[in-house]
Design a protein. Structure first.
Length: 62
């Protein structure tokens, strides 16, 4: 948490690493959510294009 709190002093490489880690976690989470929905016959209410837009907009705000 302290590292995240000090983001104002991050170098470019630290930002790249954090970006990739966050993107990976979000995509993995989305994938697991879709798998859960399919296993439990829950209709998917968000498609891959929508999640791409959400991820892009969210990461650009960071």
């Amino acid at each position: 948490m302290q590292q995240l709190d000090s983001h104002a002093q991050w170098k470019v490489e630290q930002v790249k690493v954090a970006y990739e880690e966050l993107l990976s976690a979000l995509m993995q989470s989305y994938s697991k959510l879709i798998q859960f929905a399919r296993r439990n016959n829950i209709s998917e209410s968000i498609n891959p294009e929508d999640i791409g837009i959400l991820v892009t907009q969210t990461l650009h705000r960071v």
